[in-house]
Design a protein around this ligand. Structure first.
Ligand SMILES: *Cc1c(COP(=O)(O)O)cnc(C)c1O
Length: 396
């Protein structure tokens, strides 16, 4: 590795799609083409729903076109509407609050707790007011929220609790699969998620009536008898998406093994790099390890997250500062803090300055992990020795 030379000729991405068995995918797509059944609750969608419900351990799975509309449908299905406040962490992908904002609900941002990166329960409680009509927790990077405490809090106040489980397929909380908590949980199968259906999502729940409402709402308000039962949208999953979703699910164990191996390798290789720490997975739980997130402690590392990120990019390692800025610092929320962020969010702000997601998934093997870690190690070493401004990497 010499001064200006790139460590990787081809870019290494965060969230590069995992592809399962192509032959199975093509077979399934051919089946849909032969059946001339492309959408509207087709056989592949129903099979996909069964598989996801099994994994989540829930009675129902309602497949949808993406998690963003899934959150909207689930929120409407629990009665959240225009002007209703929903408490949500700011440390998440902006889809979480946008989904609420787009249906006229008002996201109110809570801080996160340091260890889990998820909603700070005491702060959620403090934010509950007369207009609060829901709590939307996020199992960020697959780390479960403090579910028991949030459930008790929501019950005490008689407000529905939903979970954005976009990162948490195949993860557990106290040994039980994510999916069966709160009123409903929402998965994403977007192409960058470790199991994907090109685009897609699912609402999982044990509540029969909620599932019926969600099924109708995703399909213009139609019930199974084709009666219009109320207002709705189009949030259906189509057969090609389900074909990919099923094929991807079949390979989920392999994807997870690779992600776990990569996570372990990153942890090992970075363990002695000062100021760099790989964020921990939930102790004692199953996790999909689909994100490798490091925290950069700038005073110790001698360089900040953004500097390290630009060094990595120069070497074709397309790391991502997920999730930065916090949602409360993004439009439209940032322009109306009185409405969306009534309290300061110091832990969120500290976290958003430190985090950086590194490439993993099927396109990343041990050699790539070693290369990425070498860049990080040398950048930190150069920055700490004052040999460079943290931008230049010295000859190895
Ligand atoms: C990806 C993601 C979403 C949105 O998923 P889509 O399927 O793209 O709508 C929502 N929340 C979080 C935390 C995500 O990472």
């Amino acid at each position: 590795m010499t001064g200006g030379a790139r460590v990787f000729d081809e870019p290494l991405h965060v969230g590069r799609p995992n592809v399962g068995d192509r032959a199975r995918l093509r077979e399934r797509i051919d089946g849909a083409l032969d059946r001339l059944w492309f959408t509207n609750n087709g056989p592949l969608v129903r099979e996909f729903e069964e598989r996801v419900a099994e994994l989540a351990g829930t009675r129902h799975c309602v497949a949808v076109s993406n998690a963003t509309t899934g959150i909207q449908v689930a929120a409407k299905a629990v009665g959240i509407g225009i002007g209703d406040e929903v408490i949500v962490p700011s440390f998440t992908w902006v889809a979480t609050p946008h989904a609420l904002d787009w249906i006229g609900a008002v996201p109110v941002f809570c801080d996160v707790d340091e260890a889990t990166g998820t909603a700070d329960v005491a702060h959620v409680e403090k934010l509950i007011g007369p207009r609060t009509r829901g709590i939307l927790g996020v199992h960020v990077f697959g780390h479960p929220c403090r579910i028991d405490e949030l459930t008790a809090l929501a019950d005490r106040h008689g407000i529905p609790l939903l979970f954005d489980a976009a990162h948490a397929l195949g993860c557990t909380y106290r040994g039980k699969p994510i999916g069966g908590f709160g009123a409903a949980e929402i998965f994403s199968f977007q192409a960058t998620k470790f199991v994907n259906s090109f685009e897609g999502g699912a609402i999982v729940t044990d509540d029969d009536e909620l599932a019926d409402r969600a099924r109708a709402m995703r399909h213009q308000g139609l019930n199974p008898d084709h009666e219009i039962t109320g207002s709705g949208t189009v949030a259906r999953m189509h057969e090609i998406s389900a074909a990919m979703g099923l094929t991807s699910l079949e390979a989920a164990d392999t994807f997870t093994e690779v992600n776990r191996r990569n996570h372990r390798l990153y942890e090992e290789e970075l363990s002695d790099v000062p100021g760099i720490r790989v964020r921990r997975q939930a102790a004692g739980e199953l996790t999909n390890c689909q994100y490798v997130v490091i925290e950069v402690d700038a005073p110790r590392a001698g360089l900040d997250r953004d500097t390290l990120n630009s060094v990595l990019h120069r070497h074709n390692v397309l790391a991502r500062p997920y999730f930065s800025p916090g949602c409360h610092d993004s439009e439209p929320y940032r322009s109306d803090p009185a409405r969306h962020a009534p309290d300061p969010l110091p832990r969120t702000e500290a976290l958003t300055r430190r985090v950086l997601s590194l490439p993993t998934g099927m396109a990343v093997g041990p050699a790539e992990v070693a290369g990425v870690c070498a860049v990080i190690r040398e950048a930190v070493s150069a920055a700490r020795s004052g040999a460079a401004d943290g931008i230049l990497i010295p000859t190895a």
